[in-house]
Ligand binder design. Structure first.
Ligand code: ZN
Ligand code: ZN
Length: 171
């Protein structure tokens, strides 16, 4: 999958990817994505990489733990510079924020890494399967999106602890 930088012609190339990757390092490449990247040499070993990445990674809702597909459609626009230029070649950073400059090591670049990184930026830190997810009842664990269990929820944490205490006292 890695590309030798010497194989990239001076006029650049367009790379179309349609495959799966291991987005969350789980050991299985389970996230299908499509991407079109234009890779253009900028001289001195640097490349301008621009394109689009689309994927639907599986996420777990942080409130109800349901697994759902998150639609991600994102634009990528970065400068990829050789790592040896790090700190010595400020020209790569002119006119760009440092965030847009990535570095590669050796004689190869790995487009999959760029796709992966770009997708990880778009995935929410606290995923919700829908914005108004009601979550699980903190007392009995019922999925409140499906049914209302009727537990008192004004102060669910305390109520839960209290009911456990009551059960203990009964014994
Ligand atoms: Zn949810
Ligand atoms: Zn409940």
């Amino acid at each position: 999958m890695a590309m030798k930088i010497n194989d990239i012609p001076p006029e650049g190339l367009t790379l179309e990817l349609k495959q799966k990757l291991d987005l969350f390092d789980t050991g299985t490449a389970s996230t299908a994505f499509t991407s079109i990247l234009s890779i253009r040499p900028m001289g001195a070993g640097a490349f301008h990489i621009k394109g689009r990445v689309q994927a639907d990674p599986e996420l777990e809702c942080s409130r109800c733990l349901k697994v759902f597909l998150y639609h991600s459609d994102t634009e990528l626009d970065i400068t990829l510079a050789p790592e040896k230029a790090l700190g010595t070649a400020p020209e790569y950073e002119l006119g760009q924020s440092e965030l847009d400059v990535e570095f590669y090591r050796g004689e190869e670049i790995e487009p999959l890494d760029l796709v992966k990184e770009q997708l990880l930026i778009t995935v929410p830190m606290v995923p919700l399967h829908r914005p108004d997810c009601k979550g699980l009842c903190s007392v009995c664990g019922t999925d409140l999106n499906e049914t209302d269990c009727g537990c008192k929820k004004d102060n669910p944490g305390e109520f839960g602890a209290f009911s456990v205490l009551k059960d203990l006292l009964k014994k």
